[in-house]
Design a protein around this ligand. Structure first.
Ligand code: ARG
Length: 576
């Protein structure tokens, strides 16, 4: 139940303090993978420099102090002063056996647990969700699942864009086409068409434009009739987003909506507080804050705009109210914003003002978890064949259709085939997003994400199906496998060592809000399992003890893969 690297680090630190005194007990032992042993400790090199002694001597002195009775089986100095470390077979086997019996699969609860607000998905009402929104939605959902599994208290914050001057135009357009038609168009996802038609009318028809401007004033003034029409727009779009969330297995519900309008009643007070503290000042009739250290190309300080000269509030103000609310009212320890890279400056300035205002203090972490751009094959925005913007729901349907083709020849039963195609298609789509570092851009490519080999959803799903089929053939339930796990062959060793790293992979994913770390780890496990399966017979193992052991190892691999994929929000079909 312990990551081998962490246990080795601890062992080397003990040896360090035995060799050089207690002052060295916290020195980083620099544990790295090794081509010649399980791992290597590289601490002797920096330490030798510090002590002014030959690195190989220092390495030898540390190695001599290593306890070879429990964890480490062999320690050898090599090269300029590396210490090659081989773990004891019985230690690895024992740890794997214990992990198999652990309901948390070797992932300890975080201590202390934190209150974490995760701002993700956050689409804009009356704007189509696109692959970019898909990315924050999928990555954010994996982040909240991981945090919750570690025992943190998570607040999902869907910062729905439901407010702004464009609503004047949209409301007038609702009146123009009729409420019923408008609602239907929005709920079925014809959102862009709706928006574009409204915009076209606004640009072409001065009377309409005038009415739209008056509508904004009525909306901000809280006119009941206007609010009712506004709500129609919001509800229609919400219905569409919920369809997408359900289809993708996203854990967001209406209870997680903290839309921009939610903060409206707080805006005046936020402005007053910042003005009273001298953080915000009146400039050209507007109330603005100039967080120190932010200047534009012209060298002039960059403002956060709190109140426009016409009295209106905007995106900046809402985010200031939101951050104050999340820290002061929700008492968050950590804030994670999964938002597009292009908003980096906005968040840096937001955090800077929140620090000036003393909301964001040293014990609280605020992170802009940058989401990179997803583009089509030509490096540009993904478009439909006719050149329009792709509806997200269309993309999802296409993934499932293509998945059905990939597995078409395997299943005759149409219901079963549809169920598996759904899991494979959606799994591929989501995993394609999750396997890439969230800040890097990538090219959206169905063929790549649906491939049955490589770091893909289908490959990982397939690995779990393969393990299930071993147990099916044996007439056994993987849940009852208990080992004990024995390490006899190198592929067994490699698989067992990989499986022991689950806890670290999960906690690193939580610490960095980078699900691709977990994805990469699961790929490593699946690859190690494939190598093991090819080299080590399980059901036909040479003796019963080895058969039990290999069944145990396979069952543990299944549990790690299933839990890990579950944390990523990837569905796992029983067969494939
Ligand atoms: N609705 C915004 C957009 O689509 C994203 C909101 C992100 N969250 C926030 N608190 N600003 O660009």
């Amino acid at each position: 139940m312990a990551d081998p690297r962490e246990v080795l680090a601890d062992q080397v630190q003990r040896a360090l303090s035995a060799a050089f005194g207690a002052d060295y007990a916290d020195t980083d032992p620099v544990i790295r993978p090794s081509a010649f042993a399980d791992y290597q400790a590289n601490v002797a090199l920096p330490l030798a420099r510090q002590l002014g002694r030959p690195p190989r001597d220092v390495a030898g002195q540390i190695a001599a102090q290593l306890d070879l009775a429990g964890v480490v089986g062999r320690a050898e100095v090599s090269g300029p002063g590396f210490i090659n470390l081989t773990l004891r077979d019985d230690w690895i086997g024992g740890q794997a056996t214990a992990t198999l019996a652990d309901p948390r699969v070797g992932v300890p609860l975080a201590d202390p647990g934190q209150k974490v607000v995760v701002d993700y998905s956050s689409p804009n009402v009356a704007k189509e969700m696109h692959v970019g929104n898909l990315r924050t939605t999928v990555v954010g959902d994996a982040v909240v699942r991981v945090l919750e599994y570690l025992g943190h208290s998570v607040v999902r914050a869907n910062h729905l864009g439901d407010w702004g001057t464009q609503f004047g135009m949209l409301i007038e357009y609702v009146l123009a086409v009729g409420e019923q038609a408008a609602r239907e168009q929005l709920a079925t996802g014809e959102i862009n068409a709706f928006y574009q038609a409204a915009q076209a009318r606004f640009d072409a028809d001065p009377a309409f434009a005038g009415a739209a401007r008056r509508r904004v004033v009525a909306l901000q003034g809280g006119d009941p009739g206007t609010l009712r029409l506004w709500r129609l727009l919001v509800d229609g779009s919400k219905q569409y987003y919920n369809t997408i969330y359900q289809r993708l297995g996203i854990t967001l519900t209406d209870a997680d909506l903290a839309p921009e309008s939610f903060y409206n009643p707080m805006l005046a007070d936020v402005c007053a507080e910042l003005e009273a503290d001298g953080i915000a000042v009146i400039s050209d009739g507007a109330l603005v804050a100039f967080p120190p250290g932010f200047t534009g190309r012209d060298g002039k300080p960059l403002p956060m705009i709190l109140r426009k000269s016409d009295g209106g509030y905007g995106y900046d103000t809402t985010d200031l109210a939101a951050i104050r609310y999340r820290i002061v009212d929700l008492k968050a320890d950590r804030l994670i914003y999964l938002v597009a890279a292009e908003q980096s400056l906005h968040f840096q300035m937001l955090f800077a003002v929140a620090r000036q205002a003393d909301w964001l203090t040293s014990g609280i972490s605020a992170e802009h978890a940058v989401i990179g751009l997803v583009s089509g094959a030509d490096g540009k925005r993904i478009r439909t064949r006719s050149g329009g913007q792709v509806k997200l729901i269309t993309l999802i349907d296409e993934a499932v259709e293509r998945a059905a083709q990939v597995i078409a020849d395997r299943y005759d039963d149409p219901a079963l085939r549809a169920e598996i195609a759904d899991a494979v298609g959606i799994g591929a789509l989501k995993y394609g997003d999750l396997s890439v570092a969230r800040s890097s851009g990538y090219v959206f490519d169905f063929d790549r994400m649906l491939a049955l080999t490589g770091n893909t959803g289908p490959y990982l799903q397939y690995a779990t199906a393969r393990i299930r089929s071993i147990f099916r053939r044996a007439g056994l339930d993987p849940v009852t496998a208990h080992g004990p796990v024995l390490v006899t062959e190198p592929p067994e060793r490699a698989l067992a060592l990989a499986l022991l790293g689950f806890g670290t992979a999960v906690s690193q994913t939580a610490a960095t809000a980078e699900p691709h770390l977990l994805a990469g780890y699961l790929f490593e496990v699946a690859s190690a399992f494939t190598a093991f399966y090819e080299a080590c017979p399980v059901l036909k193992a040479p003796d019963p003890r080895l058969r039990e052991s290999r069944l145990g190892l396979s069952a543990l691999a299944l549990r790690v893969l299933r839990s890990g994929l579950g944390l990523l929000g990837i569905p796992v079909p029983d067969r494939m």
